[in-house]
Design a protein around this ligand. Sequence first.
Ligand code: DAH
Length: 357
Amino acid sequence: MNELDTIVQDAQAAFAAAPGPADLENAKAVFLGKTGRITELMKGMAALSVEEKKSRGAAINIAKQSIEAALTERRAALARAELDVQLRAEALDVTLPGRQRGQGGLHPVSLTLERIEAIFASMGFDVADGPEIESDWFNFTALNTPQDHPARSMHDTFYVEGGSAEAPNLLRTHTSPMQIRYAVQHVKKYSAATGAFATALFSGDMPEIRVIAPGRTYRVDSDATHSPMFHQCEGLWVGENVSFKDLKYVFTNFCRTFFESDDLVLRFRPSFFPFTEPSAEIDIQFQSGPLSGRWLEVAGSGQVHPNVIRNMGLDPEKYIGFAFGMGPDRLTMLRYGVNDLRLFFDGDIRFLSQFQA
Ligand code: DAH
């Protein structure tokens, strides 16, 4: 093998052995650099004749081109290898499940409250919200239940700071105080705007009061069907000519819409509440389905007592109406077939997630 072939082979072997781009450039210098083996051969041609230079020069050039070709090839191979390493390091496993954001849902009782609000809104009822810490006046006295009234004993609750020593503030035992609060506020607003006495409330642009007031209520009570915190929804319709007939229509329509069934009947069972006279418990009975045939109590109701109308700032000779108070927790249990009220307040996600739409 001649000298040039040896140099080419040496170069090819050196390039192949270079583990990275920097080593390759060093190896290149050995052959093609200023003092490299090919360069030295070129320098050595100075002493040759013109003829010899031609043939020798051509031979060296061929060797040089072979070395450059080997160099280019090795450079490309190293660059490819480097890219491979990089791609492998940055690889994404597209089959890995993504990190998901847990999707929340509304609490079943909230679903019921939204439903109640939508149904009553469709019948022209306003929706009002009120304080859970209530005064003795709004919770009891204004509702015709003075200090010594025996009906108070059924409403044991949690007393809090504020109010007077004889009549401390309390966590409201029902949503009925909202009857007074809502009426007083709207009577005031109307008389301020019109300069008229409260008895003129129902003329002009506010012909009557029609409102529901859902919210949290409290009593010292706890078992499978009672919770110290529970929900109520108050209803009130007062006008010049609102009767029990309207109550019957409104409540029947509500129940049928709420339970999505015309297959149920209502019973108005005589009862007593200090703030209504006469009063009735409203029971419903499904004519089909798993609860078929049983009477289920869903609300208290009645014609608003004249003393209560007076405490609203209205003339009981002129204004009359009905009120009702129902239990959204109970309605939720009936609608979904839940048998223990406490499930609503345990916060167990296995239970709650079943109500997600
Ligand atoms: N507030 C009553 C209770 O908690 C329920 C009730 C009964 C509300 C009759 C009313 C009503 O508005 O007219 O036991």
